[in-house]
Design a protein around this ligand. Structure first.
Ligand code: HEC
Ligand code: HEC
Length: 401
């Protein structure tokens, strides 16, 4: 519960206060905006002085223009209550990050020999150069769910691994407690990487001399350093630094110009419309479970979500609220990949999670613009594919069966 994930206020209190400050923000934005009816759409004076009128002397900011800056600052203060900047990593006391672990985890993340037919690695379904999702296509569009061993299709959409260390738990239904635990799942899952069992994974790793050395370095002093748990620990340590700070973090850090006008308006709407009932914290999500179809039944929903894990009737159709970091890049959306367009996704959220049937098109566009400010920079060097250690004489051959 670090990183300010706790929600600091009650729903209604928050909404009222936000409503009031939004009015200020919107008024300010209009004043500071680019459209000045008298000047036929010329930029406002304080942003760009009129070259003809002032003999080259730059005028001081006009009085009307000042509220714009004030209101941006107000929006920032408000935003800081609900969100926070991405940390450089999310640490797990159970698995402290070390450089040797990260280096090993990176190799394992890219190694297809962790799959039965040596044709799938974590990177196949979570492509780090493409925002950590599965970008493989069929008939010209990204598949809604991912193909695993032998082309078998899973039943859920591959979420991004970026910023995933922030989540309360892993998977759409939160059935795995953390990244280290999660990394054990796909390797032996028959519709994913399909290794026969943990022992065969360990045998494969132990057959590769470079891995024996790397595990020894990453887990010094352990007699059985090459183990299934340590494979997962190394991958987890690598993932814990997969963070993508972007313009929104600069804004939260105090750079008032980091968001453009549409994004600022979208941010104010995001808070005022009530998206922050669920999408909060540094990830704008990942902090709790909520029902898909909170205010109205979601049509055709089959996957019961968290109820499959807890068997609790109250958990039917509950899913982990996804982080919205990089969401412009990570479609298709939802646990089943059923929604292709972000505009449609946002409109459906308003309708089914907040009982707002009609979001005016300009507001929808502003919300989507704001989501664009959550697109961060990929850590190019950190994610560069490493050279993998060579097979040993005993390393098993690929098995397509
Ligand atoms: C065949 C495709 C496939 C492969 C290979 C694969 N994954 Fe996934 N991954 C998925 C899918 C699908 C989900 C969501 C499943 C669910 O929620 O039930 C997922 C979920 C995750 C999550 C949870 C993210 C979140 O937001 O909850 C993490 C982390 C992750 N995978 C990491 C890995 C790692 C590490 C590997 C390699 C050891 C790996 N994956 C291999 C498809 C894949
Ligand atoms: C009552 C809680 C709640 C509210 C309010 C809410 N959301 Fe969501 N949102 C969710 C849940 C839960 C999911 C994932 C459901 C699933 O995958 O089946 C989700 C999914 C999304 C997604 C898709 C993300 C992805 O990676 O698939 C976007 C985008 C989104 N929400 C944006 C918004 C916006 C914008 C608002 C405000 C208009 C909003 N949400 C309001 C709970 C909420």
């Amino acid at each position: 519960m670090e990183h300010g994930l706790q929600r600091p206020y009650g729903r209604f209190q928050g909404a009222r206060w936000l409503g009031a400050t939004l009015a200020v923000a919107v008024a300010g934005l209009t004043l500071g905006g680019c459209q000045d009816p008298d000047a036929g759409g010329a930029p406002t004076r304080w942003m760009k002085p009129n070259p003809g009128g002032h003999g080259g002397v730059e005028p001081l900011p006009s009085i009307e223009a000042r509220p714009a800056q004030v209101s941006v600052a107000v929006t920032l203060e408000k935003a800081k209550v609900h969100f926070s900047k991405l940390p450089a990593s999310v640490d797990n006391p159970r698995n402290p990050i070390t450089e040797d672990k990260v280096a090993l985890g990176r190799m394992l993340y890219f190694d297809k020999r962790l799959s039965k037919n040596h044709d799938l690695s974590c990177a196949s379904c979570h492509d780090l150069a493409n925002y950590g999702i599965d970008i493989r296509e069929k008939n010209g569009a990204r598949t809604k769910t991912s193909a695993g061993h032998g082309g078998q299709m899973g039943d859920r959409n591959s979420p991004t691994v970026y910023n995933a260390g922030l989540h309360i738990a892993q998977f759409w239904d939160g059935r795995s407690r953390d990244l280290e635990d999660q990394a054990k799942g796909p390797v032996t899952n028959p519709v994913e990487m399909a290794m026969v069992d943990e022992a065969s994974v360990v045998a494969t790793l132990a057959s590769i001399p470079g891995y024996v050395e790397a595990f020894g370095k990453a887990f010094p002093g352990q007699p059985n350093a090459v183990s299934y748990d340590n494979m997962a620990n190394a991958i987890g340590a690598f993932e814990r630094r997969l963070m993508t700070p972007g313009p929104f973090d600069e804004f939260l850090g105090g750079k008032l110009t980091a968001l453009d006008e549409a994004q600022l308006r979208g941010l104010a709407l995001f808070m005022d419309t009530g998206c922050i009932q669920c999408h909060v914290g540094p990830g704008l999500g990942g902090t709790e479970y909520k029902k898909l179809g909170a205010t109205k039944d979601w049509p055709g929903l089959k996957d019961e979500g968290r109820a499959k894990v807890t068997r609790g009737p109250n958990d039917k159709f509950m899913f982990k609220v996804p982080s919205l970091r990089n969401v412009t890049e990570t479609g298709p959306y939802l646990h089943d990949g059923s929604i292709d367009s972000l505009e449609e996704m946002v409109a459906k959220m308003a309708e089914y999670q907040l009982a707002k049937d009609e979001v005016p098109p300009d507001e929808l566009a502003a919300l989507v613009a704001f989501l664009g400010s959550l697109k961060g920079t990929l850590p190019t060097e950190y994610i560069a594919e490493p050279t993998l250690p060579a097979d040993g004489p005993e390393t098993p051959a690929p098995n397509p069966a």
